[in-house]
Design a protein around this ligand. Sequence first.
Ligand SMILES: [Zn+2]
Length: 179
Amino acid sequence: MAKKKVLNNPWLIATGSAILGVIGIRILDMIIGTTIIHLIWLFIKNIFVTIGKFFIIKFEVTLWFFITMLIITVALIIFILWIVSFLKNKMNIFSDQQTPFLSYREEVFEGVLYRWDYIKDYSDKYYIINISHFCPKCKCSLVNDSCPICHGYYYDKIKTDYEIDALIRHKIETQFNIK
Ligand SMILES: [Zn+2]
């Protein structure tokens, strides 16, 4: 009971805290203030001094060294550009070999000449677009299903775009062996 009373004494707590506080600060000051913080400060200062020195470094080069470096730099840039264009060409040739059907762009299906284009989407998949009809004899574009030159009429022969798409795809798959 007596021990608890002594510890609960407000005067003792205040005085004790003050004394401990002062001693604690002194100890911290001794350890950190004189050693760690000082070392950190020295380290930071050294970094700034080094950076500062780097920016005021002056070095002399001879003109021939400067010119040689300039030529080497330009040659290197040209060489890199050449390599890039070479690789690009290689890849284009490769993709042409992969897609020989791209030159297959017209065909006569049951008496009507059809022409079309290909379009490649972002995932490198090809689609058949712009299917158009032509007269198989004079290769003139059909107007209202008839040829304006030889007046041949093709109304009942013209297939739908879906049918032509299917026929083209079938031909590509069977003749070019591409799926
Ligand atoms: Zn015609």
